[in-house]
Design a protein around this ligand. Sequence first.
Ligand code: C2E
Ligand code: MG
Ligand code: MG
Length: 562
Amino acid sequence: MCDVKREEYYDLFERLIDSMTRPSEFDREEFVSILADICELFHLSKGVTEFYRSLSAEKEGDGEVLIDYDNGHGDKVVMFRRVVTPSMTVVKSTLYMAENDGPLSETDYRRVDIRLRAMLSFISRNRLQTLVEKLGFFDDDGYPNLNFFMRYLEKMNEKGEIPGNTVLQFNLRHFSLINREIGRAAGDIVMRSYYDQIRKLIGNNGTICRVGGDNFIAVFRSELLHSVLFMIEGFPVVYDTRREKRIMVSACAGVFVIPDGFTMNKTSEIMGKVFPAAQEAKFNPDCNIVYYTDDMNVRKERFMQVSKLFVEGLEKDEFRAYYQPKVDVETGKIVGAEALCRWIRDGRIVPPAEFIPILEQNTDICRLDYRMLDMVCLDIRRWLDEGREPVRVSVNLSRKHLIDVDLLEHLLKIIDDNGVPHKYIELELTETTTDVEFRELKRIVGALRAEGICVTVDDFGMGYSSLNLIREVPWDVLKLDRCFLPVEESSDGGVTEVMFSHVISMAQSMGLECVAEGVETEKQIELLRNNKCRIAQGFYFDKPLPVEEFEKRLQMRSYHIE
Ligand code: C2E
Ligand code: MG
Ligand code: MG
């Protein structure tokens, strides 16, 4: 038994400390090679390190076992150390010698021990950092997360590499439908493979992270934008090992092309630009890709302003119900009306297009709809009390109401508190976009009908109305959207007219009352008559009218038509 040479020992120990404490990235290969040299120097035959996330993981043997060195010469344990860190992770190290080697001299034993302790302390910290990294910068499914993305931007910024890149935030279209169609497990594969393909395209000069659910964010060289957008528009994704099953996946995205000279002080300066663009893309069914423009922030400003003024407007009673008559095209008689909201602010009439889409982005729209219903009920009650014969009035209900489980009770309370017989109320609802909403829609329409309240499917034919919508939901009235109504100068070779007449006859065979909206010309009235669509609403008769004007029409009861 003789001590190993001082110089050799110091040299190796120095290299070990150097490899563990270098500020640049840790190089495991180098580290392991030094450990091997140390083992050889001390005639050790094997060195094993174990790392466990917790005490229970240690008990279950669920951890990482790293064999740092093994010359295959023996299994006699010469040293064992176990460290439990303050965060309750466990690191263990065991050193072995060949059966007939050793023992170590006292000095060498001490040297090996110091080396072992230094290494254990390093490994426990290093693995802990890896763990923190995993927890903080990756989500449960192993995708890098938003923190990862922000850190990536900051690293780019440090190197002055932000300009010349593009940030893209996207949301997979109809992903819940895909999950339902092919099952969740296959859905996960689809998402992963969509992600992988875009990541492959982006390469090492950028990154792509998941920011929750089916939302992703990426940054990459602007030269790649065209190709990335091509993939965003949709491509078939394989989701089985035999490569037989494929599904089309597309996304909608907000894009911020970072201009030359752009300086980033905080990551929020980039996130604040790509986010509103992505939101617009998500809520605009006609447009998959929305580029950030400066006026987006002006719109955002407007959004905030409308949301604030809305509450004030409700308190100050600035909202009015305007009434647009629905007319029987055979007799000219007013058979109903639609209540349309107008916001009278500072003497100006604000049309719905300027505030309804904003209110629809949260549940403010529901408060407005209840207020409208209340105003309509007040008018009907007054007409009854004044001895006039009211007509049935329809009120628009936003889709947003469908998440309210007490919707029916709320509506009935307003109607009944005003003492209005149910037959005078009609509610207009539009098609839904998700299956959950669709189920709710079916339920609520059935329940309203049972209460004797008439229910209408509004804007039928706009967007992607499915025939299921009229087959499965028990509507009373089908209201055809303006886009379905043929106009004189139509350029589609009569397709609209053919569809118009077939949709009407189908609806009638199903026992639905038909209303055509947006009727503007004599010719269109003629067309309605020819197709036995009895009811029309539109500028041909009147625009939506203030209540006093509408009462005059009610008095008159009918329009003169040719
Ligand atoms: P909508 O329910 O489909 O209402 C019909 C829209 O068509 C009304 O626009 C009406 O003024 C317009 N219109 C009627 N006849 C004609 C015509 O002959 N030609 C043309 N070009 N347009 C005609 P308005 O009042 O601007 O309302 C727009 C939309 O805003 C409504 O579409 C409805 O979706 C929404 N809205 C209005 N008031 C309310 C409300 O109180 N609650 C909710 N949730 N939505 C409302
Ligand atoms: Mg309507
Ligand atoms: Mg409509």
